[in-house]
Design a protein around this ligand. Sequence first.
Ligand code: SF4
Ligand code: MG
Length: 309
Amino acid sequence: SRHYATKPSVLGRLLPNQPVVRAVQDVTLAIARTEILGLVGESGSGKSTLGRVALALEPPTTGKVLFDGTPPGDNLPAFRRRAQMVFQDPQSSLNRSLTIERILESPLVVHRFGNAAARRERIAELLGTVGLRADMMRRYPHELSGGQRQRVGIARALAIEPAFIVLDEPTSALDVSIQAQVVNLLVELQQRLSLTYLFISHDLRLVRWLCDRIAVMYLGRIVEIGPAEALWHAPRHPYTKALLSAVTAETLQPPEAAGDVPSPIRPPPGCAFHPRCPAAGPRCSREAPRDVTANGVTVACHLHDGGVS
Ligand code: SF4
Ligand code: MG
């Protein structure tokens, strides 16, 4: 079985903090059953927004979300049973005034799972599933370590046996020493329960290890998407290249794409990456690149569609 060992992420420290973005544009994203799709990009690229739109927690401004071919809105309760979220920070996502038992019971009550005795049994089972002892159910979130709290967050997401889980930076609030344990748990659960993951992260090394495919977001657009190994070994979009060079350099040198991230509210015209792109030409500020697919990788860059001049 697979085992992940943590290495500190250089990228995470390199990237400037950006305000929350509401804008996600022209995104088409299909996730196959039991696939792990990684979604990477800087803070403010729209990753979390896209994750929330995928779970129908936020409406798409345009376009639509389909789950097994059906819009979630057709039967929202049924959709909620099948699609869940694990949040970045288990400290703030768990109600501190409730015991772990009450926290895990809540989704069971909402989705009408059995009687009190059946729910209690299910809670003990869930705790075991995420590697916690059953007697943890009597504790409060502040009595748990960060890693234990995130295991509870995962148990809560699993409570009603979903098929699809959006994980929004599920390990980035944890100590590096326990990140790998949680990642390994997530992989084990995905395999055992045949789960489908949308795994949001700024840690390209982790995403490469964990995911089948990677989607790279920049200012609300997916600029490159393809098999994880293809993106890692042969990135095509200049932004993907810059992200990768930041990881593999293992230094705090600015990547080629250094510089302030432009406002996502009013993105630059043409290719939104052009003010930071080392390969930009005259065409890039005039014309938005379209998606071009070759060998299973889709990229939105004029370099791969007739050139930049
Ligand atoms: Fe760079 Fe132009 Fe490609 Fe945009 S379209 S990534 S600016 S080369
Ligand atoms: Mg985010």
